[in-house]
Design a protein around this ligand. Structure first.
Ligand SMILES: Cc1ncc(COP(=O)(O)O)c(C=O)c1O
Length: 360
């Protein structure tokens, strides 16, 4: 391997395409004749304005984002969105949430600070190992909220819920740009970018324009209003210029490499290699029902915490990093985002198979 890099199965921050990292390296000291690094550049400069507008234009092309949606780059990562969503969209004070795992639970806890949360459905009864097939949506709720891919529990909504005409809000953090997405199905999509796109500390928010007109409490801080970010084209204050630049590179890379259809095909093929192995293994077992399995985050266990720890240590020594499951659920987890090559998953399966053979 050219750079002696490990296969990094981290849930985020996570691998980025090597070609993108190389381009960033090449532009580090002098960005395209500007005489400076993007990190050193004024966010009001013409050079940066183009980086920002190109990033937005490329994301719009990639996702075919309709004209009546705004694209915002907001600091504060994913967690801030747990609060910004209810602060901006809970205008009558009631919202419907679906509880599918750790990240929707965090969103629910935050929303409860701002209004009434109606639980439309929950998969807590079977340890969040599935996606509920029916959501009870109250007619008078301001929106229906889902976490479209639960990073820790490894489930995905392969089909969106029927919201009975209410606005759908989705946390796409750990599946953003992993497959085609029909933006018009949503009122608001947000994604922390450090999994499938770029450096941590920023979220992309795609919001339907009419939702920016909802009444927001006077006490909501200026920075936490989507309308303010929209009015100032994501430069109300100094934005996370570096993250925007890196994300823009990834948007362009995806466009030049077949777009989201191609990503979906590659991701499905990659995940199949791992799931097929888990389904045939006597030692390792996946925890999620087959029809709701995530294509991005694959949690699995041996059934023995001691053996799990042995696998993780042996894997690390063999060049496979960050396979430890989240501390709240234990076991192992392989996060296989867009930038994880197929050969990384094949090599991991090869390693797990050999481990199994030597422990049976
Ligand atoms: C699905 C999901 N939502 C939200 C978050 C929180 O993101 P952040 O750490 O940027 O606040 C994460 C983080 O890993 C996540 O996986």
């Amino acid at each position: 391997m050219k750079y002696q890099r490990t296969f990094n199965f981290s849930a985020g921050p996570a691998m980025m395409p090597e070609a993108v990292l190389e381009e960033i390296r090449d532009e580090m000291m002098n960005y395209r004749g500007s005489g400076m690094c993007v990190m050193e550049m004024s966010h009001r400069s013409q050079v940066f304005a183009k980086i920002l507008s190109d990033a937005e234009a490329d994301l719009r092309r990639l996702m075919s984002i309709p004209d009546n949606y705004r694209v915002l780059f907001v600091q504060g990562g994913g967690t801030l969105q747990f609060a910004m969503v209810p602060m901006n969209l809970m205008s009558t004070g009631k919202a419907c949430y679906v509880e599918t795992g750790a990240w929707s639970k965090k969103a629910i806890a935050e929303a409860k600070k701002y209004g009434e949360v109606v639980m439309g459905a929950s998969s807590a009864d079977r340890n969040f190992s599935y996606i509920p097939k029916h959501v009870e949506v109250p007619e008078d709720c301001d929106y229906v909220y889902i976490c479209e891919n639960e990073t820790i529990h490894g489930t995905t909504w392969h089909q969106l819920p029927d919201t009975r005409g209410r606005v759908l809000v989705a946390d796409q953090s750990s599946m953003f740009l992993s497959r085609p997405c029909n933006v018009s199905d949503y009122g608001l999509i947000w994604a922390g970018v450090q999994k499938n796109v770029g450096p941590a500390g920023m979220a992309v928010v795609i919001v339907r324009e009419d939702l920016l007109e909802r009444t927001v409490d006077d006490k909501v801080p200026t920075y936490l209003r989507y309308a303010v970010h929209a009015e100032h084209d994501s430069t109300y204050n100094t934005p996370n210029c570096w993250a925007i630049y890196c994300c823009g590179k990834v948007f362009r890379y995806l466009l030049e490499n077949g777009g989201l259809e191609a990503m979906a095909r590659r991701n499905e093929a990659k995940a199949k290699v791992l799931y097929d192995f888990l389904d045939s293994s006597r030692l390792f077992h996946g925890a999620v029902v087959p029809e709701d399995r995530s294509v991005m985050n694959v949690p699995f266990v041996t059934g023995s915490a001691e053996l799990d720890a042995q696998v993780i240590a042996a894997a690390k020594a063999a060049g496979f990093d960050n396979l430890k499951g989240h501390k709240s659920v234990g076991g192992l987890r392989a996060s296989i985002y867009n930038a994880m090559p197929q050969e990384g998953v094949e090599a991991l399966v090869d390693f797990l198979r050999k481990f199994e053979e030597s422990h049976s």
